[in-house]
Design a protein around this ligand. Structure first.
Ligand SMILES: [Zn+2]
Length: 241
């Protein structure tokens, strides 16, 4: 179980920072993503003071890693083009500037119109991220059900989220969660992740038997799994910052 927490004492003006509580974490750790985002993973019941201490101890290292990642962090918002590689769609984004709050709508096949004020970056970001979730929900459902039928498993509902912590999961109630950022991966990678999560319906772990199940449906799983490790490089950084 995972929970997104507020970033207690860390300067709120720092975009792209998050603190995630993980039931499985034994100690504090930090990850710096290719888009410059920073995630602190903490065990349950970690006092906020401990998080602040941890951040100040590692701040220098974190900043160094962020600088290294910086070139990827200059994605324009709104983007001119949204390449949803996984589903073979290229959405053009046209802009109609105006005094109203920014809003977004589909005006033609693979064409989005963003109208209103463009200076409210956070609102724009949220609207676009919300649209990605809807798009993924609509387009992931069919392939997921088709794969499930081939694998003779019965998933529950599909839940799509836009999050930085994980690509997908499968709950004990058989709910399959997929990350909307999978839209930016190759189709083969999306298919692999669906197979991975559906295989959890047979094995709720990452045992040898689990991987054997995955391999039955995707011989190339090792390569695809590794590709997903670096998959954040393909995700435009504005999604989280
Ligand atoms: Zn897994």
């Amino acid at each position: 179980m995972l929970r997104q927490l507020q970033l207690w004492d860390v300067d709120r003006s720092e975009h792209g920072w998050s603190v995630r509580q993980s039931e499985r974490a034994r100690r504090l750790s930090v990850r710096v993503f290719r888009n410059g985002g920073v995630e602190i993973v903490v065990p349950p019941h970690t006092p906020p003071r401990r998080v602040s201490e941890f951040v100040s101890q590692h701040r220098e290292w974190i900043e160094r890693q962020r600088q290294r990642a910086a070139p990827a962090a200059v994605w324009p918002l709104p983007p001119q083009l949204l390449s949803l590689t996984a589903i073979g769609e290229q959405w053009r984004c046209t802009v109609l500037a105006g005094p109203a709050r920014a809003s977004l709508r589909e005006i033609a096949e693979q064409e989005l119109q963003i109208s209103g004020r463009l200076d409210d970056r956070e609102r724009l970001r949220r609207q676009l991220a919300g649209w990605l979730v809807e798009r993924a929900q609509r387009r992931f459902e069919g392939p997921l059900r088709a794969l499930a039928a081939q694998m003779a498993v019965q998933p529950g509902r599909l839940q799509v989220r836009c999050q930085r912590s994980r690509w997908g999961s499968c709950s004990r109630q058989a709910t399959i969660s997929l990350n909307a950022c999978l839209l930016f991966q190759r189709p083969e990678v999306l298919r692999y992740l669906m197979i991975h999560e559906l295989s959890h319906l047979r094995h709720m772990n990452h045992s040898a038997r689990f991987w054997a199940e995955v391999a039955q449906h995707e011989a190339d799983w090792k390569v695809l799994d590794r590709e997903l490790l670096h998959g954040w490089r393909r995700v435009p950084s504005w999604i989280f910052t």
